[in-house]
Design a protein around this ligand. Structure first.
Ligand SMILES: NC(=O)c1ccc[n+]([C@@H]2O[C@H](COP(=O)([O-])OP(=O)(O)OC[C@H]3O[C@@H](n4cnc5c(N)ncnc54)[C@H](OP(=O)(O)O)[C@@H]3O)[C@@H](O)[C@H]2O)c1
Length: 275
């Protein structure tokens, strides 16, 4: 029986498709734009978007397990669960967020849609596992243009800590939960990278990776917000998130993979983006 991987243009889903394909699982790649996909081994692609219930039936036909991206529109998550049950799906693995665990999670803009999809799937009828990653290592790619052009990154909270999670570790964890659900009985797993690092330390490691140091300039949060191009409510939520961890080291989550990848490894592999 087939595994449906939604959000297939995303980095996590693409890596997951490659891992599952290498293990020989029958797969279907779901995306809002299946024509843009080039999945490994000619995996069939279908249109599947969480906020468009019309796409659910064909995408779910003959499917046993689903890797689900939480879309921004959460209203159709219940309809998705019902369509999955009708199609005979036995397990849904949701890419959620550790932000749902923060105080006021459901009201937090970074967490709200994840919390709503979790709540919808919790009501059944298909058993679901929630993967709750914290900050992705790949978020540092937002600095790439500035570093490549000026050797400098301008940050409102350079001493804020994150636990940067290599997206390949997230994909590996998802593959393990999808293919061996009996070995992963918890309803939810928090995922993080192995080291608490400040943004300044991450910039230093990017400098090491590309072979040229990166300067960090502290900017006023209001100035950062105006220059970010991020819609104001999301920019405010990010600033709140970073302020809450300013100067405070974080404790890594118990890993779901054997050898969690370090940020240093990520920075070396992505050096060309910052050159
Ligand atoms: N970034 C973090 O630190 C973080 C932390 C915790 C949780 N999360 C959650 O993890 C999920 C993935 O986040 P993300 O930041 O990696 O991904 P993203 O850039 O938000 O992409 C997610 C999805 O957007 C779609 N998409 C639309 N246009 C695209 C394009 N031009 N190229 C690639 N994908 C495109 C893809 O799905 P289709 O193929 O269906 O179009 C893709 O899988 C989100 O639900 C996010 O909230 C992120």
């Amino acid at each position: 029986m087939t595994i449906l991987v939604t959000g297939s243009r995303g980095r996590v889903a693409r890596t997951l498709l490659g891992l599952l394909h290498a293990q020989g699982h029958p797969l279907r790649a779901g995306s809002s734009d299946p024509g843009a996909l080039d999945p490994p081994g000619g995996i069939p692609a279908v249109r599947c978007v969480l906020d468009d219930p019309g796409t659910f039936g064909p995408a779910l036909e003959g499917v046993r397990s689903v890797f689900l991206y939480a879309g921004r529109s959460t209203g159709a998550a219940t309809a998705f669960a019902e369509a999955a049950a009708a199609a005979g799906v036995r397990h849904i693995v949701l890419l959620s967020s550790s932000a749902v665990l923060e105080p006021g999670g459901a009201d937090n803009l970074l967490a709200g849609h994840h919390a709503a999809v979790e709540a919808a799937l919790s009501r059944g009828p298909v058993p679901a596992t929630f993967l709750r990653p914290g900050d992705f290592a790949g978020n540092a790619l937002r600095w790439a243009r500035s570093i490549a052009a000026t050797d400098t990154v301008r940050l409102p909270y350079p001493e804020a800590h994150t636990l940067p999670l290599h997206e390949d570790d997230l994909a590996e964890a998802a593959a393990a939960v999808l293919t061996a659900p009996e070995g992963h009985p918890a309803p939810a797993y928090t995922l993080s990278g192995p080291q608490s690092l400040t943004f300044r330390e991450q910039a230093d490691l990017i400098g090491e990776g590309r072979g040229r140091p990166v300067r960090v300039e502290t900017v006023d949060p209001a100035e950062w917000k105006a220059a970010s191009g991020i819609p104001a409510p999301y920019a405010d939520a990010l600033l709140d998130h970073w302020r809450a961890h300013d100067g405070t080291p974080l404790t890594p989550a118990a890993p779901l993979v054997d050898h969690p990848r370090t940020f240093s490894l990520w920075a070396a592999a992505n050096a060309a983006s910052f050159a």
